[in-house]
Structure formats: structure tokens, C-alpha cells
Design a protein around this ligand. Structure first.
Ligand code: FES
Length: 250
């Protein structure tokens, strides 16, 4: 396939960026999207030009690094697929593809297609953990019975890879789907119950502090999420937040 790429180029956080046009030829339909960018970068290097900066790590759909906005969609046109798992057979010969970084105030561009998602790390630091008594009397986690339905829901929430597609897809740049998945995966389990109140209050406060927008329940986040994280998590987080703020002594 021969393709035209319109790629966002930006030298640094403070520099104004713009779309640049590149032609790529002989692209195999079996290449992944990132491999296609690798080939383009090799050509740019050979010509003495600066390669396009883009984020990636596992290339297996599990780390959440490969956050590209492709033709107006987070991670491109394939449903429930990360950019690294997207293949060029999803495009046609002669296509023009627009590639941009995830855009949100809380995800400032570092360079080209790479954004700073450390705001997510700070939300996790605010409460995405459980405390365990390691005094020597630690209870084996398997000794605590967990209803199967709760375990399944916690597991589903835990499949969030923190890629930020929910934020990029949302017209408000809201991080509610991400934060609610992280709150849910702990709150649904007995081990997470001890800090449930403080956790939801602190994580929501940090989310707001980072400059993410509010949720207006358009549902774009759930549609674009490569892991299919459900809006039910947002409803659960809202209930937990309300409970934490009205319960005496919490
Ligand atoms: S590179 Fe890890 S999810 Fe795509």
C-alpha cells in the first residue's frame, strides 16, 4: 500500500506544532501501525531528518504507552484495540491518515506524538493502593472469601491499562473512566475496604487538581477504551464518593 501520512510535529512543550505530510510506500497490510512508523523513521534518519517521536513499550496491548490519535479516534479505527495491535490491513491503498497526540490539558505534549501522562501516576499515588499488615500476622489473601461476581467485576476494572484513550476521546478531557476503574478494582474487594473512603476522596481531588474535565456521561470513553472498561465504574465511583462524604466519621 502507498499512504499519505499527516503527522503532528512539535519540537518541544513550549514550541508551536504543526501537521507535516509524509509519503510511505510498499506498506505491508501485515505490518502493525507502529512498525509502519518505524519504517518511516528509518527513512527519515537515512535522509538526515529528525525521526517522529512516539511512545511505545510492550507492543502487546498491555502497557498503555502507544497512545496515538489516528483519524480522529484514540488508537485508531479498530474497536477495543491499542495502536500497537492495530494493523495496516485496517487501511486502504491510497489512504491519507492523520496522526496526532492525545490532546488534553492534563497531558501536555513533550515532543511530536509523545505526551506527559504523569498526571495519571499522581492520581494513582493519591490512593491506588491497599495497606497490608506485615507484622508477621499477615492474613493470606486467599483466606478472605470474595464473592465470584465481585471478583469478576474487580478483575474487569483492573484490566484498565491507563493509556488515556478515555481522556482523549472525551470532549471534556475527563479522566473519570480511568479513575473509576482504579477505585473500583480496590473497592470491590475486602482488602480495599479499609481505605475506601479516603481513597475515593483523595483520587477524585487529585484528578481535579490535574486539570481533567468533568464527566457529562456522553460515553465516548467506554466506546474508545481498548479494554472495554464500563461506564458502570463511573456510577460506582460516584456512589463511593457520595458515601465517603456523607458518612459520619469517614
Ligand atoms: S505499546 Fe504497550 S499497549 Fe501498545
Amino acid at each position: 500500500m502507498n499512504l499519505t501520512l499527516k503527522v503532528w510535529r512539535q519540537k518541544g512543550p513550549e514550541v508551536k506544532g504543526k501537521m507535516e505530510t509524509y509519503q510511505v510506500s510498499d506498506v505491508s497490510p501485515d505490518m502493525s501501525f507502529l512498525e509502519m512508523l518505524d519504517v518511516l523513521n528509518e527513512e527519515l534518519v537515512e535522509k538526515g531528518e529528525v525521526p517522529i517521536a512516539f511512545d511505545h513499550d510492550c507492543r502487546e496491548g498491555i502497557c498503555g504507552s502507544c497512545n496515538l490519535f489516528i483519524d480522529g479516534q484514540a488508537h485508531g479505527p479498530m474497536h477495543r484495540t491499542t495502536t500497537c495491535q492495530l494493523h495496516m490491513r485496517s487501511f486502504k491503498d491510497g489512504d491519507t491518515i492523520h496522526i496526532e497526540p492525545f490532546r488534553a490539558k492534563a497531558f501536555p505534549v513533550i515532543k511530536d506524538l509523545v505526551v506527559d501522562r504523569s498526571s495519571f501516576d499522581r492520581v494513582i499515588q493519591a490512593g491506588g493502593y491497599v495497606s497490608v499488615n506485615t507484622s508477621g500476622n499477615t492474613l493470606d489473601a486467599n483466606a478472605i472469601p470474595v464473592p465470584k461476581e465481585d471478583a469478576d467485576m474487580a478483575f474487569d476494572a483492573a484490566t484498565c491499562i491507563g493509556c488515556g484513550a478515555c481522556v482523549a476521546a472525551c470532549k471534556n478531557a475527563s479522566a473519570m473512566l480511568f479513575v473509576s476503574a482504579k477505585v473500583s478494582q480496590l473497592t470491590l474487594l475486602p482488602q480495599g475496604e479499609v481505605e475506601a473512603s479516603e481513597r475515593v476522596k483523595n483520587m477524585v481531588a487529585q484528578m481535579d487538581k490535574e486539570g481533567f474535565g468533568n464527566c457529562s456521561v456522553t460515553g465516548a470513553c467506554e466506546v474508545e477504551c481498548p479494554k472495554g472498561i464500563s461506564l458502570e465504574n463511573i456510577a460506582r465511583m460516584n456512589r463511593e464518593y457520595l458515601k465517603a462524604n456523607v458518612s459520619p466519621g469517614k
